[in-house]
Design a protein around this ligand. Structure first.
Ligand code: SAM
Length: 244
């Protein structure tokens, strides 16, 4: 059964373009995901298909109406749906959330614009997701980020080995990778990677993964249970003399 995705937006081409291209397109062609994009104006009110209105209490900008969203969800929501509101006040999107969503059968993304949504819309949604602490002009790019991260995790979408070892998969950043030439601009590929010694390569990768995480995202290590091997390698990394 493909993962079914419905996207509600005022700018369908903004979403349709990227999902027609590259890996997302292939994943759909393989039948692993089915993505449908809907113009919110289909549920708009009156002759002008109005979807938003001024904010009570005054202030700049327009707010997406709760009754319009309710009508759209009445048509799209199913018992197995997870309805997602893209919103700067939502939980910050992480790989663990992508994994959770990849296990669903139906996702509905609501992409507001302008000043956002009537607050009563939040009660109609199952999750609120932010893609980071900055403000975009609309939810479309945020929805595309989430969709991209989710569909590449579907079984068979891409080489399982790639997703098993990449950044965040095990709560760590990925180790450094190299390709040809073996020497470039006076910098050589670490010898162990061309040694053909699989066990040493595995251990080097784990150590460098821990090192990179410690240097760049120490927050990821806080509260993470380490295996015996990880704890030993991390202790080694910590005890190494630091570059001046
Ligand atoms: N007035 C809102 C606020 O201060 O939180 C910002 C509205 S923003 C200009 C318009 C829409 O873009 C939002 O309703 C949301 O759908 C989307 N958006 C903006 N930043 C986002 C983020 N970091 N993550 C997810 N969606 C975002």
């Amino acid at each position: 059964m493909p993962l079914e995705i419905d996207v509600l937006t005022l700018f369908p081409p903004m979403v349709e373009g990227p999902i027609r291209e590259s890996i997302p397109a292939r994943i759909q062609e393989q039948g692993l995901a089915a993505i449908r994009v809907h113009d919110l104006r289909r549920w708009g009110l009156g002759r002008h298909r109005t979807v938003d209105d001024y904010t009570y209490g005054g202030g700049a900008g327009m707010v997406l109406r709760a009754d319009v969203v309710a009508a759209a969800l009445a048509d799209l929501r199913r018992p197995d749906s997870v309805v997602i509101l893209l919103d700067p006040a939502g939980e910050v999107f992480r790989q663990s959330v992508a994994h959770a969503l990849a296990g669903s059968s139906h996702l509905v993304f609501l992409c507001p614009r302008y000043e956002g949504v009537d607050d009563r819309v939040r009660a109609m949604c199952d999750r609120e997701i932010s893609i980071g602490d900055y403000v975009l002009t609309g939810g479309e790019l945020a929805a595309l980020v989430v969709i991209d991260a989710v569909i590449r995790l579907l079984p068979g979408a891409i080489d399982d080995a790639s997703t098993a070892e990449e950044s965040f998969a095990a709560g760590l950043l990925e180790y450094p990778q190299y390709t040809r030439p073996a020497e470039f601009d006076g910098v050589s590929v670490p010898h162990v990677l061309v040694s053909g010694h699989h066990e040493q390569v595995r251990q080097w990768r784990l150590r460098e993964s821990l090192r990179r995480t410690l240097e760049r995202r120490p927050d990821l290590l806080e509260g993470r249970a380490l295996t015996k091997e990880e704890a030993k390698l991390l202790a080694e990394v910590r005890s190494e003399p630091r570059d001046p």
